[in-house]
Ligand binder design. Structure first.
Ligand code: AHN
Ligand code: ZN
Length: 332
């Protein structure tokens, strides 16, 4: 018997498995009571810690490929994963952007329990967009953005998850992947030709060249824009189409964990994002992203307002705790 619905919110979560035979020995002398109780603790996700990881990224300056801020932040992220006990892989690649610019890109992967065959990928993009092309003020359209929500929020949540899972090994292997060059897509103000496949360059590269030969994961979860104030997460279209059972599972874990106000049981729009590259190589993957079916992205999206003021600790907590609870529910 497996008792679910035991998510008692933050501090300590118990998943009880095993057989709890009926009644006590008082009822019947010859009824043997077998009781096996396996207690798996899902750690508490610390939103203050995640918030600090978001801020540290923003303090480097916009993480636009080919800039010192980008290089420095890449070093920071790889070092953090290593200090949290992960085996770190770096993928350096020269990737061609929409305008022909060669981006010195770096995908950063932290593997936990690398010999475990049952693996779950947790992903976010760590670069920030070079253009605030949706800013209300046209003067900002060619300026880079902080990308506090768009990029850094997902990375901040995953760094906090990395810090937590090093303390209590889950039954499954975890790969935390920070994709680069997701957000260098053709700007809205551009008129004329451009190279196609201009978004998600880092994950496209990873799809062609995984960090481990023959790599496979049972599931992938992408976090993109998971820090907005009062964010609502609808079930993203490509995720539902290609990994419906994972969507249902994660949304039900969210509800059991008390976050049904964030994870809505409704279909959202389709978002071309890094999870699509996982789907292309056969990994069932979903995108947890703030994207309203009619209103689209958060109003700060691709604007100069996507800075630290756009970040809510409550939202980071809802997403981070949900993902942790999901991970610790997985069995070997
Ligand atoms: C498109 O707008 C085509 N994709 C959204 C993916 C994205 C951009 N995620 C963050 N920034
Ligand atoms: Zn973006």
């Amino acid at each position: 018997m497996r008792i679910k619905n035991l998510f008692i919110a933050p501090a300590m979560l118990l998943v009880l498995t095993g057989v709890v035979a009926c009644g006590s020995s008082k009822k019947s002398e010859d009824t043997q009571t077998t009781e096996k109780k396996v207690v798996i603790k899902a750690p508490a996700f610390d939103a203050d810690s995640a918030y600090a990881y978001v801020k540290t990224q923003i303090d480097f300056g916009p993480r636009v490929p080919n800039t010192p801020a980008h290089r420095n932040c890449g070093e920071y992220l790889a070092n953090q994963l290593e200090s949290f006990g992960a085996r770190v892989y770096n993928q350096y690649a020269d990737l061609e952007a929409w305008d022909g610019t060669i981006l010195k890109a770096r995908n950063i992967i932290g593997a936990y329990n690398p010999d475990n065959k049952k693996r779950i990928m947790l992903c976010a993009h760590w670069d920030s967009r070079p253009y605030a092309d949706y800013d209300a003020d046209e003067k900002n359209h060619k300026k880079p953005i902080d990308g506090a929500n768009d990029g850094a929020s997902g990375v901040g949540v995953l760094l906090e998850i990395a810090r937590q899972i090093q303390k209590e090994t889950p039954a499954v292997g975890i790969d935390i992947i920070f994709f680069d060059a997701e957000d260098y897509g053709t700007p809205a103000w551009h008129r004329g030709t451009y190279k196609p496949h201009d978004w998600c360059l880092g994950s496209q590269y990873w799809g062609r060249t995984p960090h481990v030969q023959g790599y496979f994961a049972r599931y992938g979860i992408l976090l993109d824009m998971v820090g907005g104030h009062n964010a609502k997460f609808y079930k993203e279209y490509f995720s539902i189409q290609n990994a419906p059972s994972l969507v249902d599972k994660v949304w039900s874990v969210a509800a059991q964990s008390g976050y049904e106000n964030y994870f809505l049981p409704q279909i959202g729009g389709a978002v071309t994002d890094d999870h699509v590259e996982l789907l292309k190589v056969g990994i069932p993957a979903i995108n947890i992203i703030e994207f309203h079916p009619t209103n689209g992205f958060n109003p700060t999206w691709h604007t100069t307002n996507d800075n630290m003021t756009a970040i809510s600790k409550e939202t980071l907590k809802a997403v981070g705790q949900t993902v942790i609870n999901y991970i610790y529910e997985q069995s070997e």
